[in-house]
Design a protein around this ligand. Structure first.
Ligand code: SF4
Length: 413
């Protein structure tokens, strides 16, 4: 095979990495290079994120070590039977690229994943070596996210956590049974075990009051995973249930949702078209409701029809429209959890309202000042000078709140 130059490899292996959404770099510990020590920082201007129009994070150098892979997951462009151009970096090339990009201010850190070369152990070893060299030889203090090879020796995973800010193992398919059909060489049990091991190590590295010496840091930004949406037929309710179980079971920081994109020469077992990107967006909103607004998975289910989130409106509004008996809530007396369920009120607005109402009774104009748009809020609240009357239960409330969909030119093909 002809040797590729570094630029060509970068183009192949950055393109191959774009299918992995799990790369936001929030939540790490603070490091900097003040005082002329080391290189890089995770604070100051901090790790900032740039997102491409399809939602991918681009502030990290996001690459694969190689897109050669001995596995044949049918949904993956890099699977063994795929006809794509292949490339492979060596460890030093990834280290040099990361340092050069960092010095030019192109990136805040590195996201490194890989196809499986030779074995899980060999691949993980190479990835750990990249992180080790960056940290130990170059005193690199920027962000590092390493993708785990779940079947690798736990000792390698342990080492990865000492150098990386975040680790992630992709669950990929919301339905366990789909793994056998779509990724026969992978084992859900092995992935779950790797995630459980990471959870234990992250928790063991949290300093306790009784500790005299701080335990060594282990993946301070925790772990994340990715679910592919639309490949295995799981409806949104099932995906949300799965996410809730992952957050609870493995202490994940984030579950990322990636709309399945059909790939060249794909298996007949896969759908021919990709799900609407809006579906991915609605799942992120539902996930947000679970993590920050106290919604349970069954409540998210109440925002769905036939198990699917409404693409036209956000899940919180959909839930409120389906649970009108919970409204209106009195902004002057309602509990925080009830205020958080009002469409159009965010966490910050609710916190402000709660602190203001300690010394003043809120009027509608006060609420309007604290939220982005009062029209969406009005039917669901009462205030000193406002009651929605029959508006809350109006048959046409949805039509009043939801803008007419724009006409779309139909495709001829
Ligand atoms: S192991 Fe990863 S890179 Fe290899 S085919 Fe499966 S998803 Fe793709």
């Amino acid at each position: 095979m002809a040797q590729l130059d570094l630029r060509k490899k970068l183009s192949v292996l950055a393109d191959a990495a774009k299918y992995d959404a799990s790369c936001a770099s929030s939540g790490t510990s603070k490091r900097d290079s003040k005082g002329g020590k080391g290189l890089g920082s995770t604070e100051g201007m901090g790790i900032c994120h740039a997102y491409t129009p399809d939602g991918r994070c681009v502030s990290l150098l996001k690459i694969l070590l190689t897109n050669f892979c001995i596995y044949d997951c049918v949904y993956c462009i890099n699977r063994a039977s795929s006809n794509v151009q292949r490339a492979r970096f060596n460890v030093d090339e990834v280290v040099e690229l990361t340092l050069n990009f960092y010095r030019r201010n192109y990136i805040e850190g590195l996201f490194l994943s890989s196809g499986i070369i030779r074995s899980g152990d060999y691949t993980m070893e190479q990835m750990v070596l990249v992180a080790k060299k960056l940290r130990e030889e170059h005193d690199f203090r920027g962000y590092i996210h390493l993708k785990l090879i779940p079947e690798a020796d736990p000792k390698l995973v342990e080492q990865a956590g000492l150098y990386a800010d975040r680790l992630s193992a992709n669950v990929e398919l919301p339905r366990d049974e789909a793994m056998g059909r779509f990724a026969p060489q992978k084992d859900v049990g092995v992935i779950k075990k790797a995630m459980a091991d990471v959870r234990r190590s992250v928790e063991a590295a949290r300093p306790q009051k009784k500790d005299r010496a701080r335990p060594p840091k282990f993946a301070p930004a925790g772990q994340s995973t990715q679910l592919i949406i639309g490949a295995d037929g799981a409806p949104d309710t099932e995906i949300i249930d799965r996410s809730a179980a992952l957050y609870g079971g493995y202490g994940l920081r984030r579950v990322y949702y990636s709309a399945f994109s059909p790939i060249p020469d794909s298996s007949a077992a896969l759908p021919l078209s990709k799900p609407p990107l809006m579906r991915e967006h609605r799942l992120y909103q539902a996930d947000w409701l679970m993590r920050f607004y106290g919604f349970s998975p069954p409540e998210i289910g109440e925002a769905t029809t036939g198990g699917m989130l409404d693409l036209a409106i956000d899940p919180k509004l959909a839930w409120a429209l389906n649970r009108r008996e919970r409204f209106p809530v009195n902004v002057n007396t309602a509990a925080r959890e009830d205020l958080l369920r009002v469409p159009g009120l965010g966490v910050k607005s609710v916190n402000r309202m709660i602190s203001i109402r300690r010394y003043r009774t809120l009027r509608l104009e006060d609420v309007a000042r604290l939220c982005r748009g009062i029209d969406k809020v009005r039917p669901f609240i009462t205030a000193l000078d406002w009651t929605p009357g029959g508006l809350t239960d109006a048959v046409d409330l949805r039509a009043r709140l939801v803008p007419e969909p724009k006409a779309v030119q139909l495709s001829l093909f």
